[in-house]
Ligand binder design. Structure first.
Ligand code: SF4
Length: 355
């Protein structure tokens, strides 16, 4: 049995009361007390945090967010930044297409919207890298527009509140309908953050703390004892394994041989070591010519890294490269200009391996 439609405004009020006391502190968030006093969040900070939080935890995002907003305090500052600087700051956050779209979006906001994010879902969702989720999150959190936000936390809360057993991802439309039905016209931005906080801190995946939950009375899954089983998910397919080789070379004066990867494709626009394509066969791995003549030696360990759709096993070759050697790929970067933190994680693993 579903909770009656007429009772739903009560549900959002109950949750907002809980949020007023239990809201998590976030560097991009305006706390509920200040918000009620009229302070609105900076849409740039809301957008930046939402892009960073896709596929990444709050704990990891905090430092990146502080560094980004310290270095580029406004969307105009970010739009004017060098691509390589932004990609370097993003290194380690993963899902690098997000960083490329971040820049495209900042530049579109400056070029097409006078440097201010539009307070309109339809305009937001047309910006590069902003999909329905981010448009809804910015609309509600930054502009207090009643758009339902459905992230993993909210999916879990909705599935349990309404005891929905359809497996994800097929359940998404049904969960979205329920999320929309509950989204209030009063304080929709705080409400969106409240449901996310409830999922992150109380209605947690393995052991929901139903005893302290503001929605324990109407919650169907709590009543039926099904909460730990929800939401159901389609079994995941095993990820394929891909293989490749990379060449980590250093000139005798200490300069590293690096290349900027092509804009399109995995790790696009990021700094990396020259190497082979990543392919599905392991033995024999096709011969890959090194980027320049040197005594390339295999390293007695492989890099293991997992991307969204596959696991990667990388063999590493390393060499000291003579001064004056001509290279077919990459460019030498002086040690004083090289920050290992500018490397994406998989490339950083290779650097850590040979140090
Ligand atoms: Fe989640 Fe339990 Fe609250 Fe239901 S009562 S929403 S299962 S924490």
């Amino acid at each position: 049995m579903r909770y009656e439609q007429a009772a739903r405004p009560g549900l959002s009020d109950t949750l907002l009361d809980w949020y007023d006391v239990h809201a998590r502190e976030m560097p991009w968030r305006v706390p509920p007390g200040e918000r009620k006093a009229g302070t609105l969040p900076d849409p740039y900070r809301v957008w930046l945090s939402e892009v960073m939080l896709q596929q990444t935890t709050v704990v990891t995002v905090r430092d990146y967010f502080q560094r980004f907003t310290g270095r580029w305090p406004t969307v105009g500052d970010l739009a004017a930044a060098e691509d390589s600087e932004v990609m370097g700051e993003w290194a380690g956050l993963g899902y690098y297409a997000r960083a490329r779209n971040l820049l495209k979006c900042a530049r579109a906001v400056v070029a097409d919207h006078g440097g201010a994010f539009p307070a309109d879902y339809d305009a937001l969702v047309k910006l590069p890298g902003i999909g329905p989720y981010t448009a809804a999150a910015v609309s509600s959190i930054a502009f207090d527009l009643p758009h339902a936000v459905l992230d993993g936390n909210v999916e879990r809360v909705m599935a349990r509140l309404h005891n929905i057993h359809t497996p994800l991802p097929d359940a998404k439309p049904e969960l979205m309908r329920e999320a929309k039905a509950l989204t209030p016209d009063r304080r929709p931005g705080d409400y969106a953050q409240a449901v996310m906080d409830l999922g992150a801190t109380v209605c947690t995946p393995r052991s929901p703390a139903c005893g302290i939950c503001p929605w324990r009375e109407p919650c169907e899954a709590r009543r039926l004892g099904t909460a730990p089983d929800l939401p159901r998910k389609q079994p995941k397919k095993a990820k394929p394994v891909r293989h490749g080789i990379i060449f980590v070379g250093q000139r005798r004066d200490g300069a590293w041989l690096l290349e900027t990867r092509p804009d399109k494709g995995l790790l696009g626009g990021m700094l990396g070591w020259p190497g082979s394509d990543w392919i599905d066969v392991s033995e024999p791995l096709p011969e890959t010519p090194p980027p320049c003549p040197a005594d390339w030696q295999p390293v007695d360990a492989e890099i293991r890294h997992t991307f969204t759709h596959f696991h990667l096993l990388l063999r590493v070759r390393t060499a000291q490269i003579d001064s004056g050697t001509q290279c077919d790929r990459g460019a030498f970067v002086a040690p004083e200009n090289f920050r290992p933190s500018d490397l994406p994680t998989v490339m950083r693993k290779a650097f850590d391996l040979i140090r």
